[in-house]
Design a protein around this ligand. Sequence first.
Ligand SMILES: [Zn+2]
Length: 126
Amino acid sequence: MWTRKTKEELVQTRKRQKIADILAAVVLWIFLSCFTAAVPGWGENAKVSTFKDFLQRLPPRMAFWGLVAGCSLWGRFKVRKSGKATAVVCLRCQTVKARQGETVCQCGGELVNLNEMKWLKETQVE
Ligand SMILES: [Zn+2]
């Protein structure tokens, strides 16, 4: 069944999400920088693609994609801070559904953000 996370668990979840977001942004940044610097046809010297060319092309690409990754990361943090999850769980009937703006389920139960909940196996409940 679904049950509310404790305060400590919520803090842990947020911390983990933050680290995951940062890691994802860094991986994307490095990947896109290397990719666009390595693939011929991007920008000047498109025909020659030696390792030296690659190193020469890398810094401007890193600056550009760093800005893109930074902006997307900032956007993600903003969405997380607003507390808007994409899914909600009903505390009474345990239904998981997409958020559509309502705060009360059809059964009358309270709808809680999915990221504030955790799943307990039946054996753990008893
Ligand atoms: Zn319900």
